[in-house]
Design a binder for this molecule. Sequence first.
Ligand code: AGP
Length: 609
Amino acid sequence: MCGIVGYTGPREAGPILIEGLKRLEYRGYDSAGIALVDEAGGLFVEKRAGKLANLQTALLDRTPHAAIGLAHTRWATHGRPNDLNAHPHVDCTGEITVIHNGIIENFRELRDALEERGHRLASETDTEALAHLIEDAYAGDIAEATRIALRQAEGAYALAVMHRAEPDRLVGARMNVPLVVGIGDGETFLASDVAAILAHTDRVIFLEEGDLADLRPSGVSISGIDGVPRERVVSTVAWSLEAAEKGGYEHFMAKEIDEQPDALRAAITGRVSRDGRIRVTELDGLATHLATIDRVELIACGSAHYAGLVGATALQEWTGLPARATVGSEFRYAPPPLDERTLVIAVSQSGETADTIAATRLARERGCRVVAVTNTVGSAITREADAVLFLQAGPEIAVAASKTFTTQVTTLVILAAAIAKLRGALEAGAELELGLALRALPDAARRTLDNAADSAALARRYVNSRGFMFVGRGLTYPAALEGALKLKEVSYVHAEGYAAGELKHGPISLLDAEVPLVAVATRSSVYDKLISNVMEGRARDARVIAVATEGDPQVERFADDVCWVPDTHEALSPVLAVIPLQLFAYHMAVARGTDVDQPRNLAKSVTVE
Ligand code: AGP
């Protein structure tokens, strides 16, 4: 969840690195730092707690001319977020600099042993131990010294290393944390994410577990930490720089909410034909196996878990197999019985969430086949999977998921239908009904956005509420959970997501005139039941905001405000229903003046347990 960027080449490194950090700030932002080897061969290091702006202020007029450097934004795991613990970390000689994303699990033993050997460690971090281990191993070759050091380290890392005396050489290493090499013309880059370097090159190598990359301006060579050379493919990234930037919106979250029609179109592309037929070619290699499974387990965290709840319901209904969604952190330590007849579907937009990956690995070790659903090419989850379905949603920069949630739901619904079809369990009529609804979904999402044009005013009407209760039933329940999560994340207002039928079993006591009920009341097989639950809340003076299907004749009788969404297939209703809730959360956050794209205490990708 930290951000790494490195550069070696003929240009000024400082501005390239700071620009890269700006695009990585979403990965973590409690401190930032930079190291440069200047023209005279001196090492310049500056680091500051707080946002990148603090580092930029500290650098004003002081950034030396340099053709090599590395930089970092941090999201603290070991040691408080202060100047001292900010990266880069330097060894005793002041020649070696290291930046790191991940956790070195045996850092205490390493630090103790280093201190016994006379090393002086200045910070509380696990990372600093690596700088000193490399110092011990250094004999004129920074790549070899890094290899030796990493053989002693246990845990997860993406690493960038530089030695003052080798002023055109950067070393990167990856173990369970993403790291990308960028290849330019006479220059090379290292980054946690392509967004950081896309302005300079679209040619990248996604490093794999245990890779060590030795970068010079002329190119890169890759080996394992055993020194054995490894061949890696150079990919061309299709994302434009513009797609990774804010493009006129005040916040990435607003931009990404608005991009949903296009993102949904991309998610459906190649999977649903014009005449409504569903086919997922990614499953071709698993077709025979899918006929033999007797259960499906979906593993995910946060918003991806809520998308997984929709996927589990659809799978269960269409395949007739038991299917359930469990959060990664619970699955890992209390797994259900697993064997080769259990299909695991791992859902993660980043593909790097530690809880999801660890739980998925466990399932794999027990013989399960894995299908990954992710937005991130080259991410860790793709290496744990027998088949991968990419969301194709484009980069999502705001910490709060929006387009990746709706594309996850859509992709999981397509996947559920495709599995049912391969097993001969989906009737042609049912496939057609769903397929045509999928084809219509992008336009329906656009209309939903248009309908919600007054969501800023709606948010302002409720901005002083003490808290919110979001309720849904059946397939609208995951949308209620996601709506509540969005509001909590970005506006810092307390919100609960509840199954509407559970209101009366406790949380109804929270309702009064200052705690509104948000009812996800789109057309469904349990609509009437939901309305009865909402009426119970209304009788306790709660104001009601309803998300309802266009043309619903009843809803205005019990709702103070209504957000209208077009009719769609029930399985896809969470996709449309959540859109007004995303906008409501966004405008509540704006009205309350929070940091919308980088809410406090959160990181986009949670790569620690
Ligand atoms: C969503 O708004 C959150 N930021 C968070 O719950 C997120 O969905 C979760 O951390 C899982 O992330 P992933 O999809 O990258 O695995």
